[in-house]
Write a protein that binds this ligand. Structure first.
Ligand code: SF4
Length: 195
């Protein structure tokens, strides 16, 4: 996958998506295209349904996720679970992935180049999971998916038949308690998207 930048990403995404989940997972596990792999214990791929109505996209694995190989399995994951409960979603309704699959050192934000190198995996996952709604958890997820900042918080856009919504990353709920009520308002305003 090292030459991805010089070839058409849509063709690569199409090829990866048509090869199936097992092949994609193996490709991610084998990937060393960016320096993040050197410091990572486990690439983190996804959790949840393979046929979700709602797909949550976070930023990158943290320390707990790096150890478990499961996205949102640490403190922010508890907040995400609470949020999903508040949204009224059941286990079969959603899936969770990250923009970048390997943990950045000291939980720093992934660099633009790292996001770009990991983007074919992200886009292949979206194509395979084929959700009705994509919920971008924070600005990094938005940058990875949209390639720039295009969305207002809590104001959905439709792209390719999929509703795209940006809300706060669950970690923001830990560090800024005022975000909890703001997040609930963003969710309440947009319930019609998944109900
Ligand atoms: S972060 Fe993505 S591109 Fe970088 S090594 Fe991991 S899987 Fe490959």
């Amino acid at each position: 996958m090292g030459k991805l930048q010089s070839i058409d990403i849509s063709a690569v995404v199409e090829e990866m998506a048509s090869a199936g989940f097992g092949h994609l997972e193996e490709s991610i596990l084998q990937c060393s295209d960016c320096a993040l792999r050197e410091g990572a214990t486990n690439p983190v791929i996804m959790k949840g349904s393979r046929n979700p109505r709602v797909l949550f996209i976070g930023e990158a694995p943290g320390r707990t996720e790096d150890m478990t190989g499961i996205p949102f399995s640490g403190r922010a994951g508890k907040k995400l679970d609470e949020m999903i409960g508040y949204m009224g979603l059941s286990a079969g309704d959603y899936a969770v992935i990250n923009a970048v699959k390997c943990r950045p050192p000291n939980n720093r934000k992934p660099l633009k180049g790292e996001i770009e190198l990991c983007r074919p995996f992200l886009m292949a996952q979206i194509k395979m999971l084929d959700p009705q709604v994509i919920i971008l958890l924070g600005n990094t997820a938005e940058e990875a998916f949209c390639r720039s900042k295009k969305l207002e918080w809590g104001i959905p856009k439709v792209s390719g038949g999929i509703s795209i919504l940006k809300i706060y990353h669950p970690a923001a709920m830990i560090y800024q308690r005022s975000r909890i009520e703001e997040q609930k308002t963003l969710i309440d305003t947009n319930r019609y998207l998944w109900e």
